[in-house]
Design a protein around this ligand. Structure first.
Ligand code: 4AD
Ligand code: MG
Length: 432
């Protein structure tokens, strides 16, 4: 049997008689008529049940059907401004595919955040969670589309690693047959190996950070979109980032405007984003913050709080470049004109959201790299293979990492990063 997708009905693509199957999302009865919302994964539609169409017996039976039961309904599509989404199905017949138990834990009433996180496996059926998951999938679809159009190859790196990419303090150790290995913090070092094989490369994969900070923007497991390009410098990677972010923003505005509006994000705003993005140096950022009376000195890394202050001054994503060497990981290329800073760029989202991308140009010669590894107190042996990349066919290269949840948080104006992922992993949550 053919079933119609709710999305197609709501887009006005289907008329006449249809069969739809899905979950009984919400029940309401008014004036002897049942208005039951049905959810099929593509959308939510009102089904309208009247005695004259289905008979008294069916009216009584379905009234008792618990929410989240799975049903099949057959009926006629009708345009109706009063229905959510503007369309309804006037039911002629139905079938119960699976009857749910009574007392659905997430009934429509107020629940605290912990209760909802404990019932996340059910809460992802909520309209806003559904919308976020669709936007997130669309974001990654748009990214892959852009990579394909621009000649990038998807490349996969291991999750188990032997050494740190972003510094030892946030490594997750794992027992590995009598040895200790670590969950990856970043694909980058492998991405740098990839470019000499496949050229411009990217990945979309989980990264892990044993973040002790309990902030609204840190997960211990997050999805990381990373890019590495050969024959590329700091300027080049910023251009790639601007174009990629612009393509994603425009695709979301064009293809899922209604989902964005559910979160108070105007599609027009995303359409207004285009290259070049504003760029300031770390030095300028410090000056701006000092002028604001923030207690900060040159050399300090931007914290969540100081970064937030800075982002309030911008209306669109912007870059902060040339951070002090001491604030960044060992692989960043020192600026030849000013070796105390590195050729890096963070992309910050406006309105308090802060860093969504970290990246820059990498050290491409053997001596500088070994010197930096030693200066940071890391073991040269641990990075032997990574150093080798500079011995055979080294070229200037650059790349970046975008936090998928950080991006979604900004696009959908979310207060907490956990609402940008289905099953968040934080310092005190690994269930469900
Ligand atoms: O700035 P980070 O640490 O940079 C890197 O890992 C580079 N190796 C990436 C590269 O050049 N290939 O992390 C990159 C991005 C951040 O800008 C942020 O968006 C996100 O990853 N991120 C997190 N997202 C959620 N929870 C966390 N704990 C995160 N830590 C970083
Ligand atoms: Mg960073």
């Amino acid at each position: 049997m053919e079933f119609t997708r709710v999305e197609d009905i709501l887009k006005g693509k289907v008329s006449g008689s249809v069969s739809v199957r899905g979950w009984l999302h919400h029940k309401r009865t008014m004036g002897g008529v049942h208005f039951f919302l049905v959810r099929d994964g593509t959308g939510i539609i009102q089904t309208t049940w009247k005695k004259e169409n289905v008979g008294e017996e069916v009216m009584e039976k379905v009234e008792k059907l618990p929410v989240e039961s799975v049903i099949m309904v057959k009926g006629d599509v009708k345009e109706d401004k009063r229905a959510p989404g503007g369309y309804e199905i006037v039911v002629k017949s139905y079938d119960v595919i699976s009857k749910a138990e009574e007392d659905y834990p997430i009934a429509r009433k107020y629940h605290g955040p912990d209760f909802l996180l404990d019932h996340r496996h059910l809460y992802i059926r909520n309209e806003k969670m559904w919308a976020m998951l669709k936007v997130r999938a669309k974001m990654l679809e748009a990214a892959r589309e852009w990579f394909k159009e621009n000649g990038f190859t998807e490349f996969h790196a291991p999750i188990f690693t032997a050494a740190a990419c972003e510094g030892g303090s946030t490594l997750f150790p794992v027992k590995y047959f009598g040895k200790t290995v670590y969950l990856t913090q970043s694909w980058q070092l492998y991405g740098e190996a990839a470019i000499a094989s496949v050229g411009k490369a990217y990945t979309i994969a989980p990264s892990f950070r044993a973040e002790k900070s309990r902030t609204r923007r840190h997960l211990t497991e997050y999805w990381h979109l990373e890019v590495e390009e050969p024959f590329c410098d700091l300027k080049g990677t910023m251009k790639t980032q601007e174009e990629l972010i612009t393509h994603i923003c425009h695709t979301l505005a064009e293809e899922v405007p209604d989902l964005l509006k559910m979160f108070g994000r105007e599609p027009e705003y995303l359409l207004s984003i285009k290259p070049p993005f504003p760029k300031i140096t770390y030095d300028e950022a410090i000056q701006l913050l000092k002028k604001d009376g923030v207690d900060i000195k040159w050399g300090d890394d931007l914290t969540w709080v100081t970064e937030k202050r800075l982002t309030m001054k911008f209306k669109v994503p912007f870059f902060v470049t040339h951070y002090p060497k001491s604030a960044k990981a060992f692989y960043h290329k020192p600026d030849p004109k000013r070796p105390e800073v590195v050729l890096c760029a963070d992309m910050l989202a406006p309105d308090g959201y802060g860093e969504i991308i970290g990246g820059g140009e990498r050290i491409s010669d053997v001596e500088t790299l070994i010197k930096r590894i030693k200066e940071e107190g890391l073991k040269v042996e641990d990075y032997k293979w990574y150093i080798d990349l500079r011995r055979w066919g080294t070229v200037p290269h650059a790349g970046f990492g975008l936090g998928v949840e950080r991006f979604i948080m900004w696009v959908l104006k979310l207060d907490h990063i956990r609402d940008a992922i289905a099953f968040p992993r934080t310092i005190n949550r690994v269930y469900p």
